[in-house]
Design a protein around this ligand. Structure first.
Ligand SMILES: [Zn+2]
Length: 434
C-alpha cells in the first residue's frame, strides 16, 4: 500500500502541474519545460536520474529508469504527457489553470488528461524510494511533450531519436483506461485500454472549371466536393470486430447475463443499454467531415474546393479504409492523409493485463474490469514503433454522474481527490506485481 504522504502528494502534484500552463494549440508555441522541470525535480528527490530531452527549445521531455530486481525481465514503460488542450477561462466555473482544490475536487485543465496520471506516477515512485521498494522489472518513466498535437516534439521524437532510453521495454502503460464507467443501472465497469483505432485525418481537394456563377458549369468544384463529403459523412461503415472489441462485447454481455450473438452486433449493442458506449465507437471505422473551404465570392465558381475529414480505422482495416475513401471520393476529388497514425491492438490475455485487472479489482471489488479499444489515439502509437505494446491504464475511481469522457478536453475539467488517491493505490499495486 502507498503511504499517506503519497496520497497527499498526488493532490499537490496534480494541482501544481495544472498551475503550470502547458497549453498546446498545435502551432508550436507550447512550452512544456516548466512542467518537465517540476517532474524531473520530483523524480530526482526520489533518487532517480532523469534526463531532459528537447527537439525544439522549451518542448521538453523527461525520461528516467527505475532499475528492477530481475535484470532478465522485460522492462515496462510508464508514460504521461505534460501538455494540455486549450481552455477558455470565460467558459469555466473556476480558472482552468488555478489548480484549485475545492470541496474535495481538484479543478483545472489536465485534471483528467493527464496531469492526474503524471502526479500519480510521481507519488508512487517517491513512496517506493521512502520504503525501499524496487520493482521486479525495470520501469522506464517518460513525461512527454506534444501529445495533444503531432507528438513530433514528444513521443515521436523520443522513439525516433532516443530509442536506447527504452531498451528492453516490451509493454507500455498510459492514459485513457481503468476509470469508473457507470452504466446508469447501478453497475460499475473499469475499461482497460487494449488497442486504439488508427488516425486518418484527410484533406480532400475537388478540382473543376472556374468561371462565372451565372453560366452553365458541369465541372463545379464546390458541387463535386459537397457530393463527396456527403457520401463520406453518410457512409455506413461495415462491422469489423477486432479481438479486443470482441472480448469487450463478450465480457460486458456476460455481466448482464446476455447471450453474446456476434452475428448481430447492433442488436447486441441495443441490449447492453448504457454500457454500449464502451464499444459502440469501435465496432467499425468512421469518417466525419469537419472542415470546408471553398470560394471567395458568391458569383464566382472557384476552380478548387477543399475539405477535411476526421477518419479513424480499426487495426487491420487500413487498406479497406483507403479503398473505401477512393470509392467515396470518386474521380473528381483527390484525397490524402494530412496526418496518419497506426492502429494498435494489444493482447487481453497477457500477464500484464491480468495484473491490471487484479489491481483494480483489489480496490473496487464491486466493479467489473473489461478490455476496450480506444476510439482515438495516444502516445502509445509512437512508442509502438519501438515494439512496445500499449495499454490504457490511468486508474481513477469516479462517482456516479462524473462523466469522464465529457471532462476529457471539456469545460470544468476536474477530478475528485478520492479518485486520485484510488489511482495511486491501484497503480502502486499494479506496478509492484507487474
Ligand atoms: Zn491525453
Amino acid at each position: 500500500m502507498a503511504d499517506q504522504l503519497a496520497l497527499d502528494e498526488v493532490v499537490t502534484f496534480t494541482s501544481d502541474l495544472i498551475r503550470i500552463d502547458t497549453t498546446n494549440r498545435g502551432g508550436g508555441d507550447c512550452q512544456e519545460r516548466p512542467a518537465a522541470e517540476y517532474a524531473a525535480a520530483r523524480l530526482a528527490e526520489a533518487g532517480l536520474e532523469p534526463v531532459m530531452l528537447e527537439r525544439t527549445l522549451g518542448r521538453t521531455n523527461v525520461v528516467a529508469r527505475l532499475e528492477g530486481t530481475d535484470p532478465s525481465a522485460d522492462a515496462l514503460l510508464l508514460h504521461g504527457h505534460l501538455d494540455v488542450v486549450p481552455a477558455e477561462p470565460a467558459d469555466w466555473s473556476v480558472h482552468p489553470f488555478s489548480g484549485e482544490v475545492r470541496d474535495g475536487v481538484v479543478w483545472g485543465r489536465g485534471a483528467v488528461d493527464m496531469k492526474n496520471m503524471d502526479a500519480m506516477i510521481l507519488s508512487v515512485v517517491r513512496s517506493w524510494a521512502r520504503e525501499g521498494v524496487r520493482p521486479r522489472r525495470d520501469i522506464v518513466i517518460a513525461f512527454t511533450a506534444d501529445e495533444e498535437a503531432s507528438a513530433a516534439d514528444g513521443a515521436g521524437f523520443l522513439a525516433d531519436r532516443h530509442p536506447h532510453l527504452f531498451e528492453g521495454c516490451t509493454e507500455g502503460v498510459s492514459e485513457s483506461g481503468a476509470y469508473t464507467f457507470h452504466d446508469g443501472q447501478g453497475r460499475q465497469f473499469y475499461p482497460i485500454g487494449a488497442g486504439e483505432r488508427g488516425t486518418g485525418w484527410m484533406r480532400l481537394t475537388a478540382r473543376g472549371r472556374a468561371g462565372h456563377g451565372s453560366k452553365v458549369n458541369r465541372e463545379n468544384a464546390v458541387t463535386r466536393l459537397a457530393a463527396a463529403v456527403t457520401r463520406i459523412g453518410e457512409h455506413e461503415w461495415p462491422l469489423r470486430l477486432t479481438p479486443t472489441v470482441r472480448a469487450a462485447l463478450t465480457e460486458i454481455a456476460a455481466v448482464y447475463g446476455i447471450e453474446t450473438d456476434l452475428s448481430d452486433v447492433d442488436a447486441l449493442l441495443d441490449k447492453l443499454g448504457g454500457a454500449a458506449k464502451l464499444v459502440e465507437a469501435t465496432v467499425r471505422n468512421s469518417s466525419n467531415p469537419t472542415m470546408l473551404d471553398a470560394g471567395y465570392k458568391v458569383n464566382v465558381i472557384p476552380g478548387e474546393a477543399v475539405a477535411h475529414v476526421d477518419g479513424r480505422f480499426l487495426p487491420d482495416t487500413e487498406d479497406e479504409f483507403r479503398a473505401t475513401m477512393d470509392r467515396l471520393t470518386g474521380p473528381d476529388v483527390d484525397w490524402e492523409f494530412a496526418h496518419r497514425e497506426i492502429a494498435l491492438q494489444a493482447p487481453v490475455d497477457s500477464p500484464t493485463f491480468a495484473a491490471m485487472r487484479e489491481a483494480v479489482q483489489a480496490f473496487a471489488p464491486e466493479a467489473y474490469t473489461v478490455p476496450y479499444c480506444m476510439s482515438g489515439g495516444t502516445d502509445a502509437k509512437q512508442f509502438a514503433r519501438l515494439g512496445i505494446t500499449g495499454y490504457g491504464f490511468a486508474p481513477l475511481k469516479l462517482p456516479e454522474g462524473f462523466d469522464y469522457q465529457a471532462l476529457f478536453h471539456g469545460v470544468d475539467e476536474r477530478v475528485p481527490v478520492e479518485a486520485l488517491q484510488f489511482g495511486v493505490q491501484v497503480l502502486d499495486r499494479f506496478l509492484r506485481s507487474a
